[in-house]
Design a protein. Structure first.
Length: 98
């Protein structure tokens, strides 16, 4: 008789959701997570802009840039996320309230 392997507990089918955060410096983690704070503030629009900022900063954190360049670019992404949200919310508010 052949034995069928149990593939239900295969670790290859379940990627680690925290793998992108592992190995980063504390300031890179803070700057990567900062844009996602827009989710409770701005709902779906804030969450979408915050998620884009989070993934952009995670990508930048892995780039081979100098520390000071990386710091300023990541800060720019955070500030751009918040500015983009408030701009989008203001435009949407003006369109709806006319």
């Amino acid at each position: 008789m052949s034995h069928t392997p149990d593939l239900g507990s295969n670790s290859l089918s379940k990627p680690d959701p925290w793998a992108k955060f592992r190995g980063l410096a504390w300031w890179q983690l803070v700057l990567s997570i900062a844009p996602i704070i827009l989710l409770p503030i701005g709902g779906a629009i804030g969450g979408a802009i915050g998620a884009a900022g989070l993934y952009a900063n995670l990508s930048l954190a892995r780039k081979p840039l100098g520390t000071s360049v990386k710091l300023f670019v990541m800060l720019g992404v955070v500030l751009g996320s918040y500015l983009g949200y408030f701009l989008a919310a203001g435009v949407l508010y003006n369109l709806l309230k006319g």
